[in-house]
Design a protein around this ligand. Structure first.
Ligand code: 5GP
Ligand code: ZN
Length: 112
């Protein structure tokens, strides 16, 4: 499948990694929108959050636990935001499920 994040997960396209295990990869966003901005992706291809089912419960728990650990390690004691964009109106530009983690500045609400 011609998927940018599958290629990053496979190491075919380089990325700056924060963390990797058998099921997921965390790497810095190439166009950061905050002083700390990384992405967490499952290595397995999933189109978006719209394709998730109850079968993905343990994967999602693992993703959020890793995000919490990485944010603690990165000193995000003031908080952070986790965002997953879905589809055109949601602003999704890469069709492989990914969670943005943004931190180290005060983030506006509501998002644009
Ligand atoms: P989306 O717009 O789908 O929610 O998020 C896709 C994100 O992937 C964007 O923030 C974009 O900057 C990032 N991105 C796109 N291509 C690459 C790449 O080749 N490497 C990295 N590290 N990030 C990328
Ligand atoms: Zn993919």
């Amino acid at each position: 499948m011609d998927c940018l994040f599958c290629k990053i997960a496979a190491g075919e396209i380089p990325s700056t990694k924060l963390y990797e295990d058998g099921t997921l990869l965390a790497f810095y966003d190439i166009e950061p929108q905050a002083p700390l901005h990384f992405l967490v992706i499952p290595k397995q291809h999933i189109d978006s959050a719209a394709a998730l089912t109850e079968q993905d419960a343990s994967l999602l728990g693992h993703i959020y636990a890793v995000i919490a650990r990485l944010c603690a390690e990165q000193g995000c004691e003031n908080g952070y935001r986790v965002v997953t964009n879905v589809g055109r109106d949601g602003g999704q530009s890469v069709g492989h499920l990914h969670f943005h983690v943004l931190a180290k500045r005060s983030l506006a609400w509501p998002p644009g």
